[in-house]
Ligand binder design. Structure first.
Ligand SMILES: Nc1ncnc2c1ncn2[C@@H]1O[C@H](COP(=O)(O)OP(=O)(O)OP(=O)(O)O)[C@@H](O)[C@H]1O
Length: 571
């Protein structure tokens, strides 16, 4: 557990964690040793000179005070280490998430990551702040007491020691019996969290389709699965809990019987037997609490294992000696890429000279957006190379690469902040005049004038107060402000009203001016603005050329437009 904690938290926490564990162990030993003083206390009390008990009682009181002080210090240390780890852990996880490839963020990750960032990190902290001290106390204090009994009377000490391997075996057995159930429960927990998020996010779609009850049933099923997994996991731990209770009971009864036998044989006095039984009784409570604490530790362990897996996920490799491209032409050289087992891009070779525009056309799922994502290095290619200015994108520093590229994707995400803050994301150090100029060019100024608080209008989470077309204008303004030499456009396919569409086309035209552009195009009008067109189908670049040339050729591209244009012949 400690090894797992250190792996998750980072080596810099090894020292404070070891110090805290040592302090907790010392406290548990002090507790056990303080009970040792019960031996002379009870011996005096039941012996011929009860008055002798006072010095021992004072010594017992002092030892309890020392134990209390140690306990206070070790609990405080556990709490301090726990809370500072909590902060460190949030930073570590946050930094790591920011470095992971964008492609890692699949929709299913949302439940997993939000669960880890909230419950997971808190659970990691609670191991140190709340669970470690009781666990160490529940294991070390009884061991110390058993050693005291051994020193006091070796026969009864040895008899009590028989319980040690049994308790250890029960712990190991329970851990093994519950490991699969705990993992299943953790997985179902994540799934349920994901379902809750999906259910909340999809409300508009569900209501429009009248399917709220159906999706709620899925969520409900998922929550019931969690409940069933909880029950299974509790049942799996039950034999261990019962076994531990029986072991403690049998140990106590055995000691009683052995004490009676030894006392009757005259080998030990009745006060000594009573003393040993009192000490043995002090072992019972901590031992019995082991079941509960171990269960909580196992729960925390499975979350820690997940945190560990996320933290071990490699970010995309970075070049030891990055190369900075000096020009901004783009090349795809025999590129292949898979999503899992599926080949999504298959031996694509393309080039877009600096300052030229390439339109990527093809049926849905052909791999058009993936080509843009490979250029922005959301993923690394499986074969071949993607180059910017003749330099493999894997050899370019990720920050430098991202500085070369402006992206306008279909889904625009706006953060819960003002419009100005959202535009400024394009280039945080831009002057106010530059931000205003970008907004005007993207025709965002018209939108701002209509809003009650103008630039200061809060767009709400995800940009809720703006329409789809207005959000697109914000993203174009961002891209304009960024002023990067390469522009990637994934064309908006949703129907926009004519005013918004005209505004967006104008903004995009200005964004593309003089830059190297790769655009996924769904409209004939967009394609006509490109220098060249590539038709992608099934992950392969099947035709390439000028728009008119490809139409004249009468191949897949011409056929595609014939079908696409048929219902809207006016376009
Ligand atoms: N994260 C992912 N995991 C697995 N498969 C994916 C993932 N993203 C995309 N794909 C698959 O890769 C293929 C290409 O997707 P891509 O988004 O590039 O297509 P597209 O041509 O842009 O489609 P559209 O025009 O509909 O947006 C599709 O079959 C898609 O299902």
């Amino acid at each position: 557990m400690i090894r797992m904690l250190l792996s998750v938290l980072g080596r810099e926490y090894a020292q404070p964690l070891r110090r805290t564990v040592t302090l907790m162990t010392t406290t548990a030993v002090a507790e056990g040793l303080s009970y040792a003083l019960l031996v002379p206390v009870l011996r005096s009390l039941f012996g011929s000179t009860p008055d002798d008990v006072w010095p021992w009682l004072i010594a017992f009181g002092i030892s309890i005070a020392v134990y209390a002080a140690l306990r206070y210090i070790s609990d405080l240390s556990g709490f301090h280490v726990g809370t500072s780890l909590l902060r460190g852990m949030y930073h570590r996880l946050g930094d790591h998430l920011a470095r992971l490839p964008i492609g890692w963020y699949t929709p299913g990750r949302l439940g997993e990551v939000s669960g880890l960032a909230s419950r997971g990190v808190l659970q990691a902290m609670s191991v140190i702040a709340h669970l470690l001290a009781p666990f160490i106390s529940a294991s070390v204090t009884p061991l110390t007491i058993l050693l005291v009994i051994l020193v006091f009377n070796w026969q009864m000490g040895l008899a009590a020691m028989v319980a040690i391997p049994i308790v250890a075996a029960i712990q190991v057995w329970t851990a093994r019996a519950t490991v699969a159930g705990d993992a299943e429960r953790a997985e179902l927990d994540d799934e349920a969290t994901g379902r809750v998020i999906e259910y909340l996010q999809a409300q508009p779609v569900l209501r429009a389709g009248g399917r709220t009850a159906e999706r709620f049933r899925l969520l409900d099923d998922s929550l019931q699965d969690v409940q069933r997994a909880n029950r299974r996991s509790t049942l799996a731990a039950l034999p261990g809990a019962v076994g531990l209770a029986v072991t403690v009971q049998v140990m106590f009864t055995g000691l009683l019987a052995l004490g009676a036998y030894l006392a009757l044989g005259g080998n030990i006095g009745v006060p000594e037997v009573l003393t040993i039984l009192v000490l043995a009784a002090r072992c019972a409570d901590p031992l019995l609490s082991l079941t509960d604490i171990s269960g909580k530790l196992r729960g925390a362990r499975s979350v820690l294992a997940k945190l560990d897996t996320v933290l071990r996920t490699e970010s995309l490799p970075q070049a030891a000696e990055p190369i900075r491209p000096v020009s901004h032409g783009v090349e795809f050289d025999s590129v292949a890429f898979r999503h899992g087992d599926r080949k999504v891009i298959d031996d694509v070779t393309l080039s877009v000279p600096e300052g030229q525009r390439l339109a990527i056309v093809g049926p849905s799922g052909a791999g058009k957006s993936t080509l843009l994502q490979l250029l922005a290095r959301f993923y690394d290619v499986d074969a071949g190379a993607v180059r910017v200015g003749g330099v493999d994108v894997r050899s370019i520093d990720p920050e430098v690469l991202m500085a070369q590229i402006s992206i306008v994707f279909q889904n625009v995400y706006l953060f819960d902040g003002t419009i100005e803050e959202n535009v400024r994301l394009g280039r945080p150090d831009a002057s106010d005049a530059e931000v205003r100029a970008a907004a005007t060019t993207a025709r965002l100024d018209e939108v701002i004038e209509r809003l009650p608080s103008g630039w200061e209008t809060n767009v709400g989470e995800g940009g809720a107060v703006l329409s789809g077309g207005e959000r697109q204008r914000v993203s174009i303004a961002r891209a304009l402000l960024k002023n990067a030499p390469i522009v990637l456009l994934d064309e908006v396919t949703s129907a926009l009203d004519p005013v918004n569409e005209a505004a967006i086309q104008e903004g995009i035209e200005r964004l593309m001016a003089g830059r190297t552009v790769l655009m996924v195009a769904h409209r004939m009008r967009t394609v006509q603005r490109a220098d060249r067109v590539v038709f992608v189908d099934g992950g392969r670049a099947v035709e390439e050329g000028g728009h008119d040339e490809l139409l004249r050729r009468g191949g897949c591209y011409a056929e595609f437009w014939n079908i696409a244009m048929a219902p809207v012949a006016g376009e």
